[in-house]
Ligand binder design. Sequence first.
Ligand code: BTN
Length: 264
Amino acid sequence: MSDLSQQRIQEVLDGLDTGSIGAETHFFGTIGSTNDEARRLAESGAPEGTIVVADEQKAGRGRFDRVWEAPRGSSILLSVIFRPTLPPDRVQRLVMACGLAVIEACEALATVRVDIKWPNDLQIGGKKLCGILPESALIGSHFEWVVVGMGINVTRQFEPPDPLAATATSLQMETGRPVDRGLLLGEIMRRIDLWHNQLEEQALLQAWIDRCVTLGRRVQTGSGDSVIKGVAEAIDETGALLLRDSTGELWRVAAGEATLLEGR
Ligand code: BTN
């Protein structure tokens, strides 16, 4: 049996306490995008903790409308539905909770060190292991739903001439050993539940900050006329990056990408 299927997920979940995460599980051999399916389910009333998992996506999406491509069976392609009661400016905490859960689960099952590059990239030794795509429906000042999509490179091999070979990695490439995707998925879900119960706690922010390799580095954010270069000084309560430029001015960057520059 494949290490990922509806039956395998059920088997793994039968032996684990994942709280509300996995309230409903929807597994697809092939799908367009797990985020699209999760959004559809959220719009039709699916409960908090509903997950959508696929072995392959035909229209996987990354941030900034990039394509997220992963060969069949190589990844965990997971989207989780949340129905947050958090103030809207704290919703990044959900993404932080999911990121920490993926990190801890990978470290526990594959014995590797995983870091965070602000805002949402999970890396091993500077190479991308996992991308996270949050999407939401805000009605007034209330989130109807938030979907957090995660693409984790488990067995995928990045070899030249693949253009991603210089910037991406997988658990198997790092450890030389296969990782059971069913067990890894279960552990991720268990840990999402644990962090989800601490969303408003300082412990969550601190754990995330402790992993963030962007802090203390010179970075560049924005594009065109709105490029900001500076030293990443802190992450605030909402998950925004605080950058000190060369004139001493402090900038708050709520979202976007941060390219790490040479020097401190
Ligand atoms: C990024 O650009 O870094 C975010 C990538 C997110 C990819 C995941 S794979 C599962 C989920 N479904 C999608 O279509 N995208 C996310």
